[in-house]
Every structure is written in C-alpha cells, then in structure tokens.
Design a protein around this ligand. Structure first.
Ligand SMILES: Nc1ncnc2c1ncn2[C@@H]1O[C@H](COP(=O)(O)OP(=O)(O)OP(=O)(O)O)[C@@H](O)[C@H]1O
Length: 231
C-alpha cells in the first residue's frame, strides 16, 4: 500500500528524516512513535506531499505522491487544525466535504452517525464555529472529516491528544472497528504508548529521523517501548 524508499529530508545541514526502506501493507494499523522532534510529523507531511523530500520517494499504491494525484482520492488525513475551515460550523464543514466527495445527504448522515458517541452531543447542531471549538472537539471534527469519502489510507497525527479519557476510549473503539470493517490502512502517530500499542499491530520507533525499531510482536511492544523511553 505505502512504500518508502531512501527517503531523506534535510533543512540546511540538519537531516531530520532518513529512512532507507519502509513498507506498510494494505489494512495495517501502523503506529509511529518517537520523542519530540523525532520526525513523525515530517514523515506524515511528506507522505501527504505537504513537504517535499530532499531525496527518495513515497508511493501509495505504486504512485509517487510527489508526481501524481490519483492517490489523493483514496487518502484521508488529519494532522492539525490548519486542515479545517475555521469560519464554518462543523455542520457546514461536513456539508462542504459532502459536496466535494459527491456523497448523498443520506451517506453523510450514515457517516456522521458513526461518530455520535465520539461527538458526545458537542459537535453537531450547535451553531458554533470551528474556530471556537475546544481542542478536543476540533480533533473530533478533523478525524470524522479524514474518514469521509471511503479512504483506503488514513493518517492521524496525535489523534488522542487533547481528548478526554472517555473520548480516547471511544476513538480507540472507532479505529478498531474501522480497521476490521473497512480494512482501512491507518497510520497513527502518538505519544500515548498504551493507546497506540493497543490498537496498532505494528509500531515503528523513530529517533532523530531514523527507524530504530520496527515492532510487530504485540506481546513485546510495550516492554520494548517502555525500556526505550525510560532510557
Ligand atoms: N520547516 C522547518 N525548518 C527547519 N526545521 C524543521 C522544519 N520543520 C521541522 N523541522 C525540524 O525537523 C525535526 C522533526 O520535526 P517533527 O515535527 O517532524 O517531529 P515530531 O516527531 O513530529 O515531533 P513532536 O513529537 O514534537 O510533534 C525537528 O527537529 C524540527 O525542528
């Protein structure tokens, strides 16, 4: 599904990302962890062609993301609130995306129904602008938007950050459900080791832009990560 090869990102002399090779198969729930500045967001931004790599490539379904457009139709993402339209209410925003994605009104309703629990009656029908939402509710809008249009790949940067504990649990359930039902390939970066090891079948650990662990054994993930992060 996603192939990364000889990928390097450099700002002046500083190499902030340096990945020889990374393959993420279709349907995998892929977790990305690492300390502040390790390169997680940079990797996601390169995958989404928001930032150009200094060398190397990222391919989604065989298409180089920096040279083609078709991958965009099957890719959803929420990295931060800059991806939202702050001057709209969430209802207006979802309606705008509905038109862009060519969804029916019923399709949108079905989609948003999947988020009823997560929204907790604080997002829809409130006539509150996106710019006035709390950080947690902004995140919920962004995640629901990222999953619109039947994406095959979804990238979420720190999806649990700013969510209250109930919402974190609801989001975990939602992602697990989506992985099982829709076979979406999720790429999730997180500082929350408990959540990410619970939902992801594979965790890659970045340090100074390099992949230093590629963990696939569920029973060993938490121990390995705790040992690394406690130093
Ligand atoms: N536009 C830029 N110019 C210079 N350096 C940059 C730029 N963008 C990112 N960096 C650097 O690249 C490195 C990786 O940053 P990145 O945001 O990808 O890390 P991260 O793992 O997402 O960190 P965090 O956990 O804090 O979100 C950092 O050292 C950062 O300062």
């Amino acid at each position: 599904m996603i192939q990364i090869s000889q990928l390097k990102k450099q700002y002046k002399e500083a190499v902030v990302l340096d990945i020889d090779s990374l393959d993420i198969p279709s349907g995998e729930c892929f977790g990305l962890v690492g300390n502040n500045g390790a390169g997680k967001t940079t990797l996601f931004r390169i995958i989404l062609d928001l930032v150009r790599a200094s060398s190397g490539y990222v391919k989604i379904n065989g298409e180089d993301v920096s040279k083609t457009e078709a991958w965009k139709a099957k890719t959803g993402a929420y990295l931060d609130e800059h991806m939202l339209l702050a001057y709209l209410t969430p209802d207006e925003y979802f309606e705008t995306l509905r038109v862009i994605y060519g969804m029916s009104v019923a399709d949108l309703k079905n989609h948003l129904d999947r988020f009823t629990e997560l929204f907790n009656d604080e997002v829809l029908g409130k006539k509150k602008y996106i710019r006035d939402l709390s950080k947690g509710n902004l995140k919920k809008v962004g995640i629901a938007a990222a999953l619109m249009g039947n994406p095959e790949v979804v990238l979420l940067d720190e999806p649990f950050e700013n969510l209250d504990p109930s919402s974190q649990i609801r989001l975990k359930k939602l992602i697990l459900r989506e992985t099982e039902n829709s076979r979406i390939t999720f790429l999730i970066s997180s500082h929350d080791l408990n959540h990410v090891t619970e939902i992801c079948e594979r965790i890659v650990l970045l340090e100074k832009g390099k992949v230093i662990r590629d963990l696939r054994e569920k029973s060993e993930m938490m121990g390995e990560l705790e040992a690394y992060f406690t130093g």
